[in-house]
Every structure is written in structure tokens, then in C-alpha cells.
Design a protein around this ligand. Sequence first.
Ligand SMILES: [Zn+2]
Length: 353
Amino acid sequence: MNYKKPASIFAFAITVYLLLFLLTTVDAIAQDTNYVTFTAKGGDGIYKILHENGLTDPSCFNNFVGLNKNNLGKNNALIIGKKYKLPGQTTLPPDTTQKTEPVSLSEKMIVEPLFGKSLEHVEIVDQQLSGAVFYLVSGHGGPDPGAMGKIGKNILCEDEYAYDVTLRFGRELLRHAAKVYFIVRDPNDGIRNELYLKNSKDEVCYPDIEIPLNQVERLKQRVDAINTLYRNETPGTYKRCIEIHVDARDTKKNIDIFFYYHERSKNGERLASTMRNSIERKYQLKQPGRGYSGDVSTRSLYMLEKTMPTAVFIELGNINHARDQQRLIYENNRQALARWMCDGVMEDFKKSK
Ligand SMILES: [Zn+2]
């Protein structure tokens, strides 16, 4: 019969919660002379707060530290409950949800919301790819799922697996200071860890254009996006378009990762061969005796013919073959593919110098 006590505690908790909520809401837009201020909560850090408020200029970090140095903990940690000023802001922050390129927070940290909340902050670990520009295209997308395989009742769609590997690959390139454009983009998938990636039709083409169903229109749309971006970059520097697919063959035909380039592209041939040989060495190291039969060949493909940057087209395996499917469904395998491809690219970039 002792209901009253818990209920009143509950009511008290709600009141406190509401009060806190009101306080933080008011606080967020309170002006401290010329600055917007906020109160730090658990999990807040300077990069996170700057990013959330659209303060993307690299100078913002130092400005923030300068403005708030008396309230910062060790290594510029934010202290829960302390009030901080945002640099250079006298109005509410702009909406940053429509950003189409990774945002630089400092020389060491960028943000790419396409990777999803938990992986969007990318630490730049070295400068090995500094100056290189990549246009990454995952095959199909939007209304077109590409090839479809099956494991039990689960349908594997080419566009989803190609996209996940492409995001991971791009993230690796960014870690080495490359500039990366993701041409096919999903607003909410992020990098996923599940075995079976749910198919969605909401992918768009850079920057945020709906993808048509018609194949020629779809390919032309992405070529236009790539060539427009290409023209805006400094001429004469290392720029590569890398397109990632999953093939569909007979269920008995297992195929290793293989590459196409355009017959007149020497740079395309070098990139494809360098990536291929780099992957072969990884397999030798990780699975001695396995062998690796992925090849490099020319093929006249629309995406190889029409793109202005040197382009390479990669097929990750046969979506219908049980062994190839393992390469796709395990997130650590998708991550290894991404890292291996990145290593190959870094080798090719060195050769280009
Ligand atoms: Zn495809």
C-alpha cells in the first residue's frame, strides 16, 4: 500500500528534469555580450560542439580555446556544467545538415556526416595522400539495387554492399589527408556493421540529386557530377575516379576482386595493377596458399569512357557465390577490403610523383 512515495519521487524527478531542460534550452540561445554560450554536458568536446554549431573554419578551434581558456580542463577538455562561449557567433548557428563535403575542424580532424554519428569524426593520421583527389562511386543506388544475391531468406543488394565498402574506403583515404568526393550518397545509412544490409532507395547523386531509374540517365548524371567537380580542382594534380561494384555470376563461379580500366589510360592501368598487386600481397600474408586470381583488363564502360579523371572500375566478387558472399557480409571483411584498396592507392600515388 506504499504507492505514494515512489510516485512523489517520480513527480519530483520529472520536475527537476523539466527545469533542467528549460534551463539548457534557454541557455543555448542566451547571449553573453556578443557570444552564444552553451553549458557542457557529458560527452561534449570542442570538436563536437564546433561541428554541431556549424563552426567549420579551422581557426575556430583556437578561437574557442582562446575565448574559454579559464574554463578548460586537461588537454582542452570541456568540464561538465561549465558555460562556454562559441567563437564569432552573434546569431544562431546555420543548419549544417546539407553539407556535401567533409568539413575540416582542424588540421587533424574532419567531419563527414555520411559515415554516421559514431564514425563521422575522422582523424587525419598522416599526409601520405595530401594533394590527391578522389571521386568515389558505388555502383547503382536509388531505384536500382544492382545485382541481387541470396543467403537463406536474406537478399543481398549490390548497391548497399558496394556503398558500405565505398564509405569505408573513402574514410581510409581521408585519414591519409586525401580529398574525397562521395558521388553516390545515402542520407542516413552511414557505415554499417550488420551482416545483412537493408536495401533502401533513398540514395542520391552528388550533391543531392534524385537518381533516375533509366540506366543511361543515371550514369550520365554521375559523370556530370564528377566532371563538374574535376573542372573546379587545380589542373595537373593526382585525381582518380574509383567505381565499386559487386558482380553477379553463376552460383558456382567464385571470383576474386578484379579491375577494369580504359584501354587508352596508362594511369588507369597503373592504378588498377598497383591495387591488384597490393591485394595479392595481402592475401599471401593473411591466407598463405590461398592464391588470388583477380585480374586487370580493359573494358569499354560508360563510366570509364566519359569521366575526365583517370578511372578504375572494381568488382568485389560474385554476389551469388557462397565464398564471395563472406567477403561482403562480414563487416571486418568490408573494412579489410577498404584498407587494402587504400594501401594500393597510396602506392600508386607515390609512383605518380
Ligand atoms: Zn554493378
